[in-house]
Design a protein around this ligand. Structure first.
Ligand code: COA
Ligand code: AMP
Length: 630
């Protein structure tokens, strides 16, 4: 069946379509209803059913592929490699699950995981799934304060952390960040399991902390616990439009079905093949495609602790693909922009044999046609842009290579994935004509795998995503659909920016800047950047009478964002201006400032209260290399 017929079936025979996909999963108890739509706008998939996600990802493969590598850890930053078979993974996960149980963790308890890219991160996640505990992984590039916010929202019984992470040029001590976060947070976890790394072991707090090795050595293997399909598997926090992140909830049943189905339908990966998602377990791409999806189908997943460039060079990706026989790679366009920048003629590629490599998948940010075409030219395989977000957990629009490879149109992540009814609506809620830009929405119900709600916050879920247009989910992206049904995702409609594939809230950065005693008001915009897609740029107005050295204030502001949000924000530039451009009603004109920073033509808004300020801002930005036309 081709793409169109498959898509139409997913719309017209929805329950039969997903019931069939559900045969990819082993169930303990069958469902009463495929889609439970009895309480709109909340929808639940496979209600009444029971399963265990860890069993499906690990145990069930042991009989047939026990000696096959499940996980290959490749770490150029520590110069080490490790292969873990499915049998070994089962043994390690069940023991770790036992260690969690010994600390009193049971079904429904939350466990926060703050780990670098080591196999133990996956083992911790799967160990939680095994006993029905809900994991919440926090990306290592976030600050102690961000971690504390998540501790207070998720209220974990136990934290699992690595003692350190290793970036290209430095060791990042995680343990002091963890201690500080627990210190700041109101909720106090009972215990911490610390995975000690030789590069920088952490100091354990007696009575509260226990080393990973000791915890596991003392534990008995724990069995898989049946959970309801609708029970939460994990919470993953993502930037919202306020400083408080949103706790996206993922269920067990719908998630397992959607991911297992996507591995064949979208990525065309078969059991036993080697798959590599070069992301981080702290992001949704890592959850879905480093951990769960490849293991659910019995493939081999690569866990890569390194960067596309600098570890040691721009040939790093080609080395991993050749060495481990990778069939398909999934990463963000920014990784390819980094490789292109360092090795524009792909000289490094000549050193490696990529014979078995079939497809490159890109997502996480808009994929510029230049990067896509460069990758196609050097790799000579299909390069597939696809679009999704933390909330959906898997692709909304993609070229489903396992169903039918559609012609690639650079700039478009292709068409709606089966199960998603994507529509572009105008401000009145009417569907726009093909080619016209509007808000990209998904008509409810969304397919299995998408968020059922936000953690402990049904109201925010409805307000954030469902209230703007009843019956539709608001993606927060703007764009259009062409005559052939190809989707084009152009920009966000909120204050979220995308920095190297990482989603960040400019509102949260503004909150940090305004808390500086010298700052009267501020705005943060996402300015175009050739490598990272966008970079945050701060514009601040100082309070009257402040006469301290502006360079010192700028440095304090940069340091403060790094301290309060984390290095991942990549906030490095602040400009001090005499005032911000505003409308007469007092709304800051962020869009106009962004156009100026990006060197784009812009119209002076009719409602602006003081047009002269735009010239001052343009001059200030030109002085630091922005606002260049073309
Ligand atoms: N723990 C601690 N710090 C971290 C971290 C982690 N897990 N991950 C990143 N950081 C730090 C980096 O060291 C850097 O700090 P610096 O300001 O001191 O240099 C900062 O956070 C920004 O990191 P990053 O965005 O990774 O930028 P980079 O300059 O180190 O590398 C790229 C740029 C393009 C090579 C890199 O972003 C990349 O590999 N991207 C791949 C895409 C990807 O993983 N996307 C995720 C979603 S699919
Ligand atoms: P995250 O939740 O971190 O995965 O970020 C999701 C957001 O990243 C989306 O809402 C888009 O704004 C952007 N995004 C992800 N993939 C793409 C893509 N292929 N094309 C355009 N934007 C994308």
């Amino acid at each position: 069946m081709g793409y169109k017929a498959t898509y139409d079936r997913s719309m017209n025979e929805r329950d039969a379509f997903w019931a069939e996909a559900a045969s990819l999963i082993d169930w303990i108890k069958p469902w009463d209803r495929v889609l439970d739509d009895s309480t709109p706008p909340f929808y639940h998939w496979f209600s009444g059913a029971e399963l265990n996600t860890c069993y499906n990802a690990v145990d069930r493969h042991v009989a047939t592929r026990g000696d096959q590598p499940a996980v290959i850890h490749d770490s150029p930053v520590t110069n080490s490699k490790e292969i873990i078979t499915y049998r070994q993974l089962q043994e390690r996960v069940s023991r770790f699950a036992g260690a969690l149980k010994d600390l009193g963790v049971t079904k429904g308890d939350r466990v926060i995981v703050y780990m670098p890219m080591v196999p133990e991160a996956l083992i911790a996640m799967l160990g939680c799934a095994r006993i029905g505990a809900i994991h919440s992984v926090v990306f290592g590039g976030f600050s102690a304060r961000e971690l504390a916010t998540r501790i207070d929202d998720a209220k974990p019984k136990v934290m699992v952390a690595g003692s350190c992470g290793i970036e290209t040029n430095r060791v990042v001590q995680y343990k002091p960040l963890l201690d500080e976060a627990i210190n700041i947070a109101e909720h106090k976890p009972e215990h911490c399991i610390i995975y000690q790394r030789p590069q920088e072991p952490g100091t354990l707090v007696p009575g509260r902390d226990i080393g990973w090795a000791e915890a596991v050595a003392a534990a008995q293997p724990a069995d898989c616990v049946p959970v309801a399909a609708t029970d939460p598997l994990y919470i993953l926090y993502t930037s919202g439009t306020t400083g408080i992140p949103k706790g996206v909830v993922r269920d067990n049943g719908g998630h397992a079905v959607a991911l297992a189905w996507s591995m064949g339908a979208i990525y065309n990966i078969k059991p036993g093949e080697v798959w590599w998602s070069a992301s981080d377990v702290g992001w949704v791409v890592g959850h879905s495609y480093i951990v769960y999806a490849p293991l659910l189908i019995g493939a081999t997943t690569i866990v890569y602790e390194g960067k596309p460039v600098g570890t040691p060079d721009a040939g790093a990706f080609w080395r991993v693909i050749e060495e481990h026989g990778v069939k398909a790679l999934f990463t963000a366009p920014t990784a390819f922009r980094a490789i292109k920048r360092d090795d524009p003629n792909a000289e490094q590629l000549k050193r490696y044999n990529l014979k078995g490599f079939r497809t490159l998948f890109l997502a996480g940010e808009r994929c510029d046609p230049d990067t896509l075409q460069w990758a196609e030219r050097i790799l000579k395989v299909p390069v597939i842009d696809h679009w999704w977000q933390t909330e959906t957990g898997w692709a909304i629009a993609a070229n489903c290579t396992g169903i039918e490879l559609l012609p690639v149109k650079p700039g478009s992540p292709t068409c709606a994935v089966p199960g998603y009814d994507i529509q572009v609506l105008d401000e009145e809620g009417e569907t726009v004509k093909p080619g016209d830009i509007g808000r990209i929405m998904i008509k409810l119900p969304m397919p299995p795998g998408c968020l059922p709600t936000l953690w402990n916050n049904d109201e925010r879920f409805v307000q954030s995503y469902l209230a703007m247009q009843p019956g539709y989910y608001l993606t927060g992206d703007a764009g259009y659909i062409d005559e052939d049904g190809y989707v084009y995702v152009m920009s966000r409609i909120d204050d979220i920016i995308n920095v190297a594939g990482h989603r960040l809230s400019t509102g949260a950065m503004e909150g940090v800047l305004s808390s500086h005693p010298d700052v009267a008001e501020c705005a943060v915009i996402g300015a175009a950047d050739q490598l990272k897609g966008e970079l945050p740029l701060g514009l601040v107005v100082l309070k009257n009478g402040v006469d301290r050295d502006p360079a010192v204030i700028r440095k304090e502001l940069v340091d403060k964002v790094r301290e309060d949000i984390g290095p991942v924000a990549a906030f490095k530039t602040v400009v001090i201006v005499s005032r911000l451009p505003k409308t007469r009603s007092g709304k800051t004109l962020r869009g106009t400032m962004k156009s100026i920073a990006d060197g784009k033509e812009y119209k002076v808004p009719a409602t602006i209260d003081d047009p002269a300020i735009l010239d001052e801002i343009a001059a200030a930005l030109e002085g630091i290399g922005y606002a260049k036309h073309g």
